[in-house]
Design a protein. Structure first.
Length: 411
């Protein structure tokens, strides 16, 4: 399917190096996906990027930003693309709907489903779809259908598909994505839950009270946010009304956010928990434990230009945090003596800082004793309006079109 031009030796070497790394780290397990990633010339779908950037295993190539520098479109990192292709479990002859276009991933999909399959790729931005159409045609993928549309609405002339693969960050699951699936079909989507994004592979389940989606796998990832009618922005609470400290809430602000107005006038209370992690340890279940256990879970960011050291988080751009009434807290880390681990601590400001740091420390100890190294929570998607008694959950997140449940697997 690819064109017959001779590629530079360096591009081939870099592409093979990327695939070798992804096979070694376990991202790629399918021989078919390995072959496709070795075959398709990734750099020719990112013509404005250098070879080094095109073949950075773990970094996306940004293809469009707005006037504020906000990323609007990108070609995902090879690791993310391979991971989601593995989750999709594509077979020859399948019909696939890709939501979020760009060209390269549609080429991978076309290779995997073959001549008897069908690929439709959709994006709301005509500049993005125009670019995708041009690149796909240039490389012999003229059979891929490229559509400019808001993918939260039904796609014209689209038959039921085996897989819906979403390559933009989604906050909710529009009903059309589910209705466009064949019975037993698969939805793979980067779903944002309480500010945490996971690439989730969902399958349809029929329960005694109706159909719902249930996760088969969930992987940490990051994506450019969806535009159009399904777009959703986090809400920002500026502590004490100043832009130095911002608490980000994904599902609505606290009932009375002004109760935090005087939190920073109280001394900062600090507690080191004794919970340590390796520098490269995957913290999926730690993040999810906090998101499930703490009703006021949120994330915190500090404006580096205005930072006075009042909170001093380890990561000023993204810190796990929580609010309880008139007090907020957040996680920090420090290196251990062996310099191979970090220890978690909890800082809090507000009238009830001491109580809140101990509550969050208990959550960390629960993770260490019961969740660390274990499976991720099961994620289920129910239609909006489903009553609580029909939902299995340790935490329910209400969206516009759906109710998302998070449940720890039982033995």
């Amino acid at each position: 399917m690819t064109n017959a031009t001779v590629e530079p030796d360096e591009a081939t070497r870099l592409r093979n190096r990327v695939v070798n790394e992804l096979c070694a780290d376990g991202t790629i397990s399918s021989p078919e996906i390995e072959a496709v990633l070795r075959r398709v010339p990734r750099h020719e779908f990112t013509p404005d990027a250098t070879l080094e950037k095109a073949y950075d295993t773990y970094a996306a190539v940004i293809t469009k930003t707005d006037e504020h520098g906000m990323q609007l479109s990108s070609v995902s990192a090879p690791q993310i693309q391979a991971m989601m292709l593995e989750q999709a479990r594509l077979l020859p002859g399948m019909k696939v709907l890709e939501i979020g276009s760009g060209g390269l991933n549609a080429a991978y999909l076309a290779e995997l489903v073959g001549q008897d399959g069908e690929v439709v790729t959709v994006d709301i931005d005509p500049i993005v779809t125009g670019r995708a159409r041009r690149l796909l045609d240039e490389h012999g993928y003229d059979q891929v259908r490229v559509v400019t549309a808001d993918a939260a609405a039904p796609i014209p002339d689209l038959c039921a598909v085996d897989v819906v693969l979403v390559t933009v960050g989604a906050w909710d699951i529009p009903p059309t994505w589910i209705s466009q699936l064949k019975r037993g079909g698969r939805l793979v989507v980067p779903l944002r839950m309480r500010g945490l994004t996971r690439s989730v592979a969902f399958t349809q389940v029929t329960g005694e009270h109706g159909d719902y989606l249930e996760s088969e796998s969930a992987r940490i990832c990051g994506f450019v946010a969806m535009q159009g009618s399904a777009a959703h922005r986090e809400e920002l609470l500026l502590v004490n009304g100043t832009p130095e400290i911002g608490l980000k809430f994904d599902d609505g602000l606290p009932a009375d956010p002004h109760r935090l107005d005087n939190a920073v006038t109280h001394p900062r209370h600090e507690l080191w928990t004794g919970v340590t992690v390796r520098l490269q340890e995957l913290l999926d279940t730690l993040q999810m434990t906090m998101a499930i256990s703490l009703p006021g879970f949120c994330t915190m960011a500090v404006d580096e230009d205005l930072d006075t050291g009042l909170v001093a988080p380890t990561n000023k751009r993204f810190t796990l945090a929580a609010v309880e009434d008139d007090t907020f807290c957040y996680l920090v880390t420090r290196r251990t003596e062996d310099n191979k681990h970090v220890e978690y601590g909890v800082h809090a400001l507000g009238p009830n800082a001491k109580q809140l740091v101990h509550k969050v420390a208990d959550v960390l100890h629960d993770w260490e004793g019961n969740r660390r190294g274990g499976p991720s929570p099961v994620i289920r998607v129910y239609p909006a309006g489903t009553s609580d008694d029909r939902i299995r959950a340790d935490r329910v997140i209400d969206k516009v079109h759906s109710r998302i449940s998070l449940s720890w697997p039982t033995a």
